[in-house]
Design a protein around this ligand. Structure first.
Ligand code: SF4
Length: 337
């Protein structure tokens, strides 16, 4: 069994994601004996990464950056849950309680950005994990990644549910002055009950909106993604309207939305969550999510509702990233459950 360095041991390079996957395959996450358990009861395992920039297909951008894997926010609908399976961990509790920390992330990114072959493309930050989940306060990997992007004047957008993003306002303002720099704050709903049920580890939605206000006031191009709208939890017209109004009241520059989609590990996790908390909803969900996406007609219905609300409250539609014409995810919105 390989032995992995302690969290603050700077002596040896440390395990890679492959080492971690191999260890967990043999001994489960209990074999990560030197991952540090912190106050939030999650365990943080440092790893070394070989690359930071990750090329993706079928998205409205071609490059992503994710300094962490797993997310203590633990949203039950999170599509990134299924990625934890790549590391031989489960998409349930282990996604939210065993976090991989790419400790050399900023250095690797800086080297990649320096390569003559790097074309300065737009990069999307925080697509597979929240780049401002609590541990970022300790490691500052996201901040250091933005510093590297700023030094190279490289365009970027980031998505988060973490109000900690305001800590980096100075960098975001500076980058936004020279190139594309957009903050997409994720606030699927301001409904407290839905928030408590679906996003157990996140900051209160109003706290996130106050962060948007702070960023916009400082000059950052910041808006809100109501992603995802979850049928039955946050999709009623009243809840959508309260959310859009709150977003407008906090000065967001734009709003976008998606109805939840479910696939692979996320689907299994979400159905288990429903079975536990709302067993009577299961048959309806199984019908609605016979496929990955809710039916198109349903999505269009709520899309229309959101457009009306956007107009009513004077909000612009979501800004599209560069290369957005390549977006193949269906635009999804709310639903009158
Ligand atoms: S904050 Fe984002 S990455 Fe984290 S669990 Fe929620 S949806 Fe997933």
């Amino acid at each position: 069994m390989p032995s992995f360095p302690l969290l603050f041991d700077l002596g040896s390079p440390g395990p890679t994601t492959r080492d971690i996957a191999n260890t967990v395959r043999v001994g489960g996450t209990a074999a990560l004996t030197e991952a540090e358990r912190r106050a939030d009861r999650a365990r943080y395992q440092e790893i070394v990464c070989r690359s930071a920039l990750n090329r993706v297909k079928g998205m409205p951008f071609e490059w992503t950056l994710n300094p962490y894997r797993g997310c203590t926010h633990g949203c039950h609908y999170c599509y990134a849950r299924r990625y934890h399976v790549q590391f031989e961990m489960n998409a349930d509790d282990e996604f939210a309680s065993v976090i991989l920390v790419k400790k050399n992330f900023a250095e690797v990114l800086a080297r990649e950005l320096d390569r003559p072959s790097w074309g300065g493309d737009y990069v999307a930050v925080g697509t597979a994990t929240d780049c401002y989940q609590p541990i970022e306060g300790h490691y500052k990997l996201t901040r250091r990644a933005i510093e590297a992007l700023l030094r190279r004047r490289n365009p970027m957008g980031l998505v988060t549910k973490g109000p900690m993003v305001v800590r980096d306002t100075d960098l975001l303002v500076a980058l936004g002055a020279i190139t594309t720099c957009t903050v997409y704050m994720s606030v699927p709903t301001v409904d407290e009950h839905a928030w408590e049920l679906l996003e157990p580890g996140t900051a209160h939605p109003m706290q996130r909106l106050r962060a948007v206000r702070e960023l916009v006031d400082a000059g950052v191009n910041a808006g809100v993604l109501m992603n995802p709208i979850v049928p039955g939890f946050s999709s009623s017209r009243a809840k959508l309207e309260r959310t859009v109004k709150a977003i407008a009241d906090h000065g967001a520059r734009f709003v976008g939305c998606n109805v939840m989609f479910l696939e692979d590990g996320t689907r299994a996790h979400f159905m288990r969550f429903l079975e536990r908390e709302f067993p009577s909803w299961l048959p309806r969900y199984e019908k609605l999510y016979a496929k990955k996406y809710a039916p198109e007609e349903y999505r269009k219905q709520v899309q229309g509702m959101i457009r009306v609300l956007q107009d009513r409250y004077g909000l612009a539609a979501r800004e599209r990233e560069p290369h957005a014409e390549k977006n193949i995810e269906p635009e999804q919105v709310g639903f009158a459950w």
